[in-house]
Design a protein. Structure first.
Length: 356
């Protein structure tokens, strides 16, 4: 019989990780999120409100009280501390990772885990957490958990390798208290990052059934399936990008933006690029419906992708309710979220590990 473990979702956002773990059989006991708009969306979909508070000002006792759980009992925690400080783009945005206050969230998360002592912890973050500027903080995180009695496995997971229609590389670290481990559990835990899907899902698989749209048009049956109205210049640029994977560099140079003409080879190459029908999409970001910000142009239609298309590429179901959030707010929630089916994948295998 499968055990239904309680789960606390830290930095919950709109609730993508919560939804994935719920689909995997977990019972969501509590969530923590500072953004009131995201708390509104979370409450609308899960019928309870997260603790709306800055994690740096939150105690383990407060979270456990909200979840109705005791320290050290059989519950799990998932957390994705804000990652802008550790992003590959941090250097281009002139972010000082060491002194950026958001970097403190990783160590605060570790301190909260030690004060709560859950049975298992799932830590998810950008790949540069171990490849670049976040490594110092991640190593401290690991050492603190090890000292507290946790065994951790971690590696970079590309969401496309586990059946998500999106190339999205993330560090996934799973920590389990050694008192709950045996040889069989440890063996399964050590194998977790080697689990791959037999089928690669593509852009075509998840958005090809949606109604075609022109620039500035909305689907009457789906308020999230609309495209922003592009200027005449942008629309002309998009029309000259070859369909199904074309790059902005393939459009006539007379249409290049001045900023692009000044770039060295390889700079902003994905800007205004089209997705491929038969490949996973690029990583959905907080600007994922803006063609200037990446390969976010429809494979064949002359427009940027819609919120509905971005949500589906994040495996967020059409039934998920974003309420009356603004376009930019929804775009940000989608880009910041853990792909729902990636969270489900992690939760499913974590349950199997704990039950073995």
């Amino acid at each position: 019989m499968t055990v239904c473990y309680p789960l606390i979702d830290m930095f919950s956002g709109a609730g993508c990780a919560s939804l994935g773990f719920k689909k995997a059989g977990f019972k969501i006991a509590a969530a923590l999120e500072i953004n009131p708009k995201r708390c509104d969306v979370y409450e609308k979909n899960f019928h309870f409100r997260p603790i709306q508070k800055d994690v740096l000002k939150t105690s383990a006792k407060e979270i456990l009280r909200e979840a109705n759980l005791r320290k050290g009992s059989k519950f799990c925690v998932v957390g994705c501390p804000p990652c802008q400080s550790f992003s590959k783009l941090s250097s281009t945005r002139m972010i000082d990772t060491v002194n950026d206050p958001r970097s403190k969230f990783v160590l605060k998360f570790a301190h909260l885990m030690i004060d709560m002592m859950p049975m298992a912890i799932v830590f998810e973050n950008v790949s540069w957490m171990i490849r670049g500027p976040g490594k110092k903080f991640f190593n401290k995180y690991l050492k603190k958990l090890e000292k507290a009695g946790y065994y951790t496995v971690y590696d970079i997971v590309n969401a496309s390798s586990v059946g998500i229609p999106q190339n999205r590389e993330r560090v996934v670290a799973i920590s389990i208290r050694k008192k709950f481990l045996n040889k069989n559990k440890m063996k399964k835990l050590d194998q977790f990052h080697k689990i791959k899907s037999k089928q690669i899902k593509t852009v075509r698989d998840v958005i090809s059934d949606l109604n075609p749209l022109q620039s500035g048009q909305m689907d009457d049956d789906d308020p999230l399936h609309f495209t922003r109205r592009h200027s005449e210049k942008v629309l002309e640029m998009i029309k000259h990008v070859p369909k199904n994977g074309g790059s902005r560099k393939e459009m006539p140079k007379r249409l290049w933006l001045d900023c692009h003409k000044k770039l060295k080879k390889g700079g902003a190459e994905t800007s205004y690029g089209r997705m491929w029908w038969d490949k996973p999409s690029p990583t959905m970001t907080c600007r994922c419906i803006t063609p200037a910000c990446g390969r976010f142009t429809h494979p064949t239609q002359n427009r940027g992708i819609t919120l509905r298309e971005a949500a589906r590429l994040q495996t967020i179901p059409d039934s998920f309710d974003f309420g009356n959030s603004s376009v930019d707010g929804i775009q940000s929630m989608i880009g910041d979220g853990v792909p729902v089916d990636l969270a489900k994948h992690i939760g499913k295998h974590l349950t199997q590990i704990l039950a073995s």
